[in-house]
Design a protein around this ligand. Structure first.
Ligand code: MG
Ligand code: ZN
Length: 360
């Protein structure tokens, strides 16, 4: 009798342990298949807040369930530039201001685009600057200085990038070395567009270069380039069964900050906000996409103070023509988004993305 009871208890214990294990396994959430990383260059908390006060439409920033904060200092400066900032996101290391995909000793480091391409994922970069400008460049190129525009452009046609859209045409077809990089794109399986965004994604890779240098500003009539290019990139990249990584930069929020022009800054911010909406709508419907929105740094020391003593009217002001050192918000939505909460260093964004993909 005693033995029977013992056996029963053991069985019961074993059974409950197995059950518990099953519960634990079920509770472990599945990682994302796709990642969309949106970088608002120079977009600090006051810039984000402007989307609540100056955007006639509801702010897409309000749709994120997870918010964190990053510290953005570079390896050599308290205040980072966009090159070191993007290199931290793309390669998971702190480097010096001006570094594009290289470490403190100017040695090339692998980028997330190069690494995940090895896993069969498709990749894309979109910017409203030239496509070889510091932020997008750090995802596919390696250069000791951000100013090496022609060298940086030369990386693109043979890089792992499958979709690119932005400005910078002159760095591809009017080069000092006379190489026609548009032809090199075509030799490497790209459809090249230099006048308008294609209506639909084709079967080839896409190189879309719609301005000689930067894209026009919103105030100059850029229109819906950024949200539309984002939609097109998602259409092109998502046909891959192994998932995709897409980096989209609202490049000119930073330039509005440098110019201390609130109207410029806010119009670019609203365009970026709209683009976030496109990414979130896709992620919501798709269910396997992690969306992260952040910035490399704040620009302009932008402040939403009152208009004189009128506390019912906001009169934006600036405290610098450069970047500032304030912490930067990170917004996350989708599978593994919870890991983006808290306060951490900017290069952890890379490690969190790799971890979410189960590749670290
Ligand atoms: Mg930038
Ligand atoms: Zn800047």
């Amino acid at each position: 009798m005693k033995n029977i009871i013992l056996v029963s208890i053991t069985t019961l214990l074993l059974f409950s342990c197995t059950q518990k294990q099953e519960v634990v396994q079920k509770a472990e959430p599945k990682g994302p298949k796709n990642i969309i990383l949106l970088i608002g260059d120079g977009t600090g908390l006051s810039q984000v807040s402007a989307s609540q006060y100056f955007n006639p439409d509801p702010s897409n920033f309000d749709r994120f369930p997870v918010v964190g904060l990053i510290k953005t200092s570079s390896a050599d400066k308290l205040i980072t530039d966009s090159a070191a900032g993007a290199t931290a996101f793309a390669s998971g290391i702190k480097s010096y201001n001006g570094a594009i995909g290289v470490n403190k000793d100017s040695i090339s480091v692998p980028t997330i685009v190069e690494e995940i391409s090895q896993h069969g994922m498709t990749t894309g970069v979109i910017a409203t600057s030239s496509i070889n400008h510091a932020t997008p460049a750090s995802f596919y190129a390696h250069a000791k200085s951000r100013g090496m525009y022609e060298e940086i452009a030369a990386f693109l046609p043979t890089s792992d990038i499958d979709f690119l859209a932005g400005g910078g045409l002159k760095f591809f077809n009017q080069r000092k070395d006379s190489v026609d990089l548009l032809a090199v794109f075509e030799q490497n399986g790209f459809q090249v567009d230099t006048t308008t965004l294609p209506q639909k994604a084709g079967s080839k890779k896409h190189a879309i270069l719609l301005a000689e240098r930067a894209m026009p500003t919103i105030l100059e009539g850029r229109g819906d380039f950024l949200p539309k290019a984002t939609k097109l990139a998602i259409e092109a990249l998502s046909s891959n069964e192994n998932g995709f990584f897409l980096m989209i930069e609202g490049s000119q929020v930073d330039w509005g900050g440098h110019d201390n022009k609130a109207e410029y800054l806010i119009s670019e911010l609203i365009d970026f906000d709209k683009t976030i909406g496109v990414a979130l709508d896709y992620a919501k419907e798709n269910g396997e996409t992690l969306v992260i929105v952040t910035a490399d740094h704040e620009t302009g020391g932008f402040t939403l103070g009152p208009d004189g003593s009128n506390y019912n009217k906001i009169s934006p002001t600036f405290s610098t023509g450069g970047h500032s050192a304030t912490m930067i918000p990170v917004f996350a939505y989708g599978p593994k988004s919870e890991s983006f909460g808290g306060i951490y260093e900017n290069h952890q964004i890379y490690h969190k993305m790799k971890l979410a993909l189960g590749q670290e």
